[in-house]
Design a protein around this ligand. Structure first.
Ligand SMILES: C[S@@+](CC[C@H](N)C(=O)[O-])C[C@H]1O[C@@H](n2cnc3c(N)ncnc32)[C@H](O)[C@@H]1O
Length: 171
């Protein structure tokens, strides 16, 4: 990315959260999920359907604010979800994480910027019984920096993250 574009992103006044995931990358994320018979999938941020169209089941729901289905509203589309898989709006990631956890799916799989994965956010997942089980690093054309697909899961006997970290400020 040129320094001019990088500068524009940093200086912008409102968040531009509409980034369309290349379909093969959405498929890669979907294939990371160990899905089970009968699982209900949710794409909370569907847009053109890079994820939703490729889910391995017809047992699926979607939200998309541009089409009048707000993920944060109490609607019928989001409850009873086993797998959440999408590329969320990064400017409201904390809210997205809180809402995703609230729905209590077994798997949460999100494509985010590499800098978006912080120890604080991992701890938020851990406090609700979700642990980081998979992490795939990738680069998307024209997107700022590296991206990662992170997968958090909640299941019996799972109590550690794929990676370790500490909260010291080392000197
Ligand atoms: C980063 S884009 C990803 C789109 C699509 N999932 C993909 O990967 O191609 C995020 C999408 O979330 C939508 N969005 C933002 N806030 C939302 C909300 N509260 N509820 C539902 N969708 C929302 C935006 O309109 C946008 O289409």
């Amino acid at each position: 990315m040129s320094s001019e574009i990088s500068h524009k992103i940093k200086q912008r006044k409102s968040a531009n959260d509409v980034f369309i995931t290349p379909r093969p990358l959405a498929k890669l994320a979907i294939d990371m999920v160990d899905h089970q018979e009968g699982d209900i999938w949710l794409d909370p941020f569907r847009n053109s359907g890079s994820y939703y169209d490729q889910f391995p089941t017809d047992n699926k729901n979607w939200c998309e604010i541009l089409e009048g289905r707000d993920f944060f509203e109490n609607n019928n589309f989001a409850w009873d979800t086993d797998v959440i898989c999408s590329n969320p709006p990064y400017s409201i990631l904390d809210k997205v994480i809180a809402r995703s956890i609230e729905l209590q799916p077994r798997v949460i799989n999100y494509l985010i910027g590499i800098n978006n994965l912080t120890a604080r956010r991992i701890e938020i997942f851990n406090k609700s019984g979700y642990y980081l089980t998979k992490l795939h690093m990738c680069k998307v054309y024209k997107w700022y920096g590296m991206s990662i697909i992170v997968q958090f899961e909640k299941r019996e006997g799972l109590d550690t993250n794929l990676i370790s970290f500490d909260r010291m400020v080392w000197r």
